[in-house]
Design a protein around this ligand. Structure first.
Ligand code: PLP
Length: 383
């Protein structure tokens, strides 16, 4: 990325920090031994892997369970959905705003004969608790509600949702997709009470293609891949040690070393962006509830313009933003109808997502560019 690019799509992915990349390079070129081999160099890698697993678990306050490395959030979510034991025909509750790796998978389970129901969301993208309660019966075997929304940054009250679920269906397995939450807010799995939790490294300045599924002790999960028995038999295949090292280094920075500093810096940028948009742009709707969301996401709706059109018109200023989930255009269209926006704003959604690499000056530049582009796009109706 050149110096002039202003990158505000960090919920889609983040740049890998330089020291993360360096540690990965060393793992590839020097510490390349297969941890299943028997000589001391390989045993050292196996020992290091065990330490990393404990380290990442401690970053989630998750002492009483296992962490299985996966190829990312999508695989962790698919494993949660497809590899847990559920009586045929039992009820599965999924949040309507879930990422496609849950939503599309849930539709597959529906096709297999499960009673899949979707919990409606509120205008900030979080699950409507009263509506959720109405879906609970003692036939519920599985629930998946994301910790933070990739569309709005809204944080679900997962602890409450777990409590409500277990009261009615004590044996139900509760999964939460923590991909947008881990590293952004304090994640305490013991306090949340979830059985399964998914994370992904590339949302917190780690490499792409690596993530993990946390499984609380006592939760029955079948293996996804069979073979050499790695990951305690859950996911065979030689461990992706370089990426795991990168993930670990990114977690160390995001959760332990720089959490407070980044949280206040990024919240300040977001607060400033929100204020400036409200002050300088007519009729902007702020969708993200700043009080109840991860600090890095601000989703807004502009009037009488299509989000995609504005997104592309900002590219010539070197500004890169999102229109919600980068993963699927189907998902984007599904989501925007759920927020209760009026017709003039419904298509004008833009998601800004920041990182510690942004600045207040960049926010000023972005707001100025939006003002200019909206003037052209809306005054001359080139929408
Ligand atoms: N879950 C959420 C909430 C996401 O935002 C994403 C990525 O955008 C994923 C899951 C998928 O993660 P990965 O890209 O690591 O497969």
């Amino acid at each position: 990325m050149d110096n002039k690019t202003i990158y505000l799509d960090n919920a889609a992915t983040t740049c890998v920090y330089g020291d993360v990349a360096q540690k990965m390079a060393k793992a590839m070129t020097e510490d390349y031994f297969n941890p299943s081999a028997l000589y001391p160099q390989a045993v050292d890698i196996a020992v290091e892997l065990r330490k990393i697993r404990e380290h990442i678990k401690s970053a989630m306050h998750a002492p009483d369970g296992e962490l299985y490395f996966t190829s990312g959030g999508t695989e962790a979510n698919n494993t949660a959905l497809f590899c847990t034991r559920k009586p045929k025909g039992s009820r599965i509750i999924i949040g309507l705003g879930e990422h496609d790796s849950i939503f599309v998978s849930a539709n597959e389970l529906k096709a297999q004969g499960y009673d899949v129901v979707f919990a409606p969301i509120r205008s900030d993208g979080t699950v409507d608790i009263d509506e959720f309660k109405k879906l609970l019966t003692n036939k519920v075997s599985f629930v998946s509600i994301m910790h933070a929304s990739n569309e709005t940054g809204g944080i679900n009250d997962v602890a409450l949702l777990v409590k409500l679920t277990k009261k009615v269906a004590p044996d139900a397995v509760f999964h939460s997709d923590g991909v947008q939450a881990f590293g952004k807010i304090n994640v305490n799995l013991r306090a949340l009470g979830v059985d399964l939790y998914s994370v992904s490294a590339h949302k917190l300045h780690g490499p792409k293609g690596i993530g993990a599924l946390y499984v609380k002790n006592g939760t029955s999960v079948k293996p996804l891949l069979f073979g050499g028995g790695q990951e305690k038999g859950m996911r065979s295949g030689t461990e992706n040690y370089p990426s795991i090292v990168g993930f670990d280094c990114a977690v160390q920075r995001a959760v332990f070393d720089e959490f407070d500093e980044n949280y206040s810096k990024i919240s300040k940028y977001r607060e400033y962006l929100s204020q400036q948009l409200k002050n300088k742009i007519d009729d902007v709707v702020i969708i993200t509830d700043i009080e109840k969301s991860v600090p890095n996401v601000l989703t807004v709706a502009f009037k009488d313009v299509r989000g995609e059109v504005l997104l592309h018109s900002l590219e010539k200023h070197g500004i890169l933003v999102g229109i919600g989930s980068a993963c699927s255009s189907h998902h984007e269209s599904r989501f925007k109808g759920l927020l209760g926006l009026d017709t003039a704003h419904k298509d004008g959604i833009i998601r800004f997502s920041m990182s510690d690499g942004n600045s207040i000056d960049e926010v000023d530049t972005v707001v100025e560019a939006i003002k200019q582009e909206l003037f052209v796009l809306t005054k001359f109706k080139r929408v």
